[in-house]
Design a protein. Structure first.
Length: 173
C-alpha cells in the first residue's frame, strides 16, 4: 500500500534588522541611534514588525525651538510595511506606518507618551540572506523614519523625532 508523503507547509521568511546613525528630536537633541526590529513577511508585498529604537544624547541640532534639552529617547513600535520592488527582490523599498510608545528622559525628568511613525527604507540584497538598509534618497533626504506624538513637555508642545543618515543590515532568518 502506498502512502502519500506529507509536505511541510511553506514558511514565510522572518528578518532581523539592525540600524545605527543619528536621531534628531523636537528638543534640539542630536543622539546616536540604535535600532532593532523583528519583521515577518505576510505575503509577497506585506510585512509586519516590532521595533525598538534608542537614542543617546550626543550633541545639539537646530530645529524649530530656540531652547534645547539633552534628551535620551526609547521608542517601541508595532509596524506594517508594503514592499515596492525596484529590481525583483534585489533592490526594493519598504514603506511603513506604525504605532507605539515613546519614553523621553533628560536630567532628572521622565515623560511617556503614545507615538505614530512613518518610514521609507531602501533595501539592497548583498547575499542570499543579507541586505543593506539605508534612507531611500540618501542625497536628497537622509532619513528613513519619522515619529510624532502629542506628548507635551515643559515648554514643548507635541513631539517629533527623525533618523538622520541611517544605515544597517537586515538578516533573513
Amino acid at each position: 500500500m502506498l502512502r502519500a508523503q506529507t509536505v511541510a507547509p511553506f514558511r514565510k521568511p522572518d528578518y532581523l534588522s539592525f540600524q545605527t546613525g543619528a536621531m534628531v528630536d523636537r528638543y534640539n537633541s542630536l543622539g546616536i541611534r540604535t535600532y532593532f526590529e523583528y519583521q515577518k513577511e505576510v505575503n509577497g508585498h506585506w510585512q509586519y514588525g516590532i521595533s525598538y529604537e534608542h537614542s543617546r544624547h550626543f550633541g545639539f541640532f537646530a530645529t524649530d525651538h530656540p531652547d534645547a534639552l539633552p534628551t535620551n529617547l526609547s521608542l517601541l513600535s508595532l509596524n506594517g510595511y508594503y514592499k515596492i520592488n525596484l529590481l525583483k527582490d534585489r533592490i526594493f523599498w519598504l514603506a511603513g506606518l506604525g504605532i507605539g510608545g515613546v519614553h523621553s528622559y533628560w536630567d532628572t525628568n521622565d515623560k511617556i507618551g503614545a507615538t505614530v511613525n512613518a518610514s521609507f527604507t531602501l533595501n539592497i540584497k548583498l547575499t542570499k540572506k543579507l541586505y543593506f538598509e539605508s534612507s531611500p534618497f540618501i542625497v536628497l533626504l537622509p532619513t528613513n523614519r519619522l515619529y510624532f506624538s502629542t506628548m507635551n513637555t515643559e515648554r514643548y508642545h507635541n513631539f517629533f523625532a527623525l533618523s538622520l543618515f541611517p544605515f544597517g543590515l537586515k538578516v533573513k532568518l
